[in-house]
Design a protein around this ligand. Structure first.
Ligand SMILES: *Cc1c(COP(=O)(O)O)cnc(C)c1O
Length: 397
């Protein structure tokens, strides 16, 4: 059968079927997949046959990324660990929370929870009848007391922003189990190269892969990790909510994973150098970093985290309130005033006017956050250069 020019232009020969496995991850940009028969189409959609149909539902590149994260998070866990990919950390968090709640349900969340998650709970999920108690997660009695008959989720963050409070994962897990809840942990600030919460009793781990997993500030994504049963529920809701990861982003995030332990080990080692130098500096009132023996959660961090790795966020408080915090940011020459964290470049945020701007001065004080506090995400530069930059900035305040 001969065909016309336009038909030949559209119906190109099939790409070669590969006999060997590519070492680099192929990017399957196709939105749709062709079947060998109408029956196969029906069987893939119904789940009777494994396969790909539509890239909002599943995609080979995003699957490869998610399963690579599952392999890193799932060590030391009995039973299978699988993962679901998402377009962002918030897509992962919102989908997981929707999958685990219903109208009338209640969740227990740390009061210093990530701003996006706070907004989701207080301005979105509350409209659908989900209520939230914000508690001091370091007080296990307060956590226990907040649980109600309608509670379905206990939610924690491995490392909380900006005080670097460490979640007592085994303690919280025991409370969650006893109450029959699902224990969800946002482990973005740690990454699986510092701590793997499933090993310590979490049921679901969520990440903003935009941060350490991607690691280069050039891609946005999220991931949820847990048992096949829980992830089947999460996938069901992901498909209808539509927050699927794009294949190109999955490629970048998957590439980031190859160097995650190398990068994170260096980020963490440099953060310790910066934190120790800042603790010695007379122009600094307070340094929050769990690698410092002076941090209230240092012993817990030693127990739960890989040796010598305490994350790479260092929060520094100079005297002088809001104006001093802003001035310190502006005086930095190497460390960039920038949103987000966990990239190759060191970044700084003035906490009271950025990540915690929703909190008024009284709420900041209650959360133990000084108006001058600045959060530094320690990058991959030479730590001596970062210390020198901070010293020149502090000396001029
Ligand atoms: C950035 C971040 C998120 C949200 O992730 P996005 O990829 O920006 O949607 C959630 N939790 C924590 C702790 C984060 O730092």
């Amino acid at each position: 059968m001969t065909s016309g020019e336009h038909t030949r232009a559209v119906h190109t020969p099939d790409p070669p079927r590969l006999e060997q496995t590519p070492l680099g991850l192929p990017v399957h940009r196709s939105a749709a997949f062709r079947f060998s028969s109408a029956q196969e189409y029906a069987d893939v959609l119904s789940g009777a046959q494994k396969g790909y149909s539509y890239s909002r539902v599943d995609n080979p590149t995003t699957d490869a990324f998610a399963q690579a994260v599952a392999a890193l998070e799932g060590v030391g866990v009995d039973g299978d660990v699988v993962a679901q990919p998402f377009a962002s950390g918030m897509a992962a968090i919102s989908t997981v929370l929707m999958a685990l709640t219903h109208a009338g349900a209640h969740v227990v969340v740390p009061r210093e929870v990530y701003g996006g998650t706070y907004g989701l709970l207080t301005t979105v999920l509350d409209r659908f009848g989900v209520t939230t108690s914000f508690v001091d997660m370091t007080d296990l009695d307060e956590v226990r007391a907040a649980i109600r008959p309608e509670t379905t989720v206990l939610y924690a963050e491995t490392l909380a922003n900006p005080t670097m409070t460490v979640a007592d994962l085994p303690g919280l897990s025991a409370i969650s189990r006893q109450a029959g809840l699902t224990f969800v942990v946002d482990s973005t600030f740690a990454s699986p190269a510092v701590c793997r919460p499933l090993e310590h009793g979490a049921d679901v781990v969520v990440h903003s892969a935009t941060k350490y997993i991607g690691g280069h500030s050039d891609s946005t994504g999220g991931v949820a990790v847990g048992s096949p049963e829980l992830m089947a529920r999460v996938r069901h809701d992901r498909i209808d909510l539509g927050g699927m990861l794009a294949p190109d982003e999955a490629f970048l995030l998957h590439r980031g994973l190859a160097t995650l332990p190398l990068r994170v080990a260096r980020h963490c080692a440099s953060a310790l150098v910066v934190a120790a130098a800042m603790e010695e500096h007379p122009g600094v009132l307070r340094v929050d970093h769990p690698g410092l023996p002076s941090h209230r959660d240092h012993d817990l961090a030693r127990k739960l985290f890989d040796e010598g790795r305490y994350g790479a966020i260092v929060t520094i408080t100079p005297p002088g309130g809001r104006a001093a915090g802003l001035a310190l940011c502006d005086r930095l020459q190497l460390i960039a005033v920038a949103t987000s964290l966990a990239g190759t470049h060191s970044q700084v945020s003035h906490v009271a006017t950025t990540t915690h701007r929703q909190l008024d001065d009284a709420a900041l004080a209650a959360a133990g956050i000084d108006l001058a506090a600045v959060r530094i995400s320690v990058g991959l530069e030479d730590p001596e250069d970062l210390v020198a930059d901070l010293e020149q900035a502090l000396d001029g305040l």
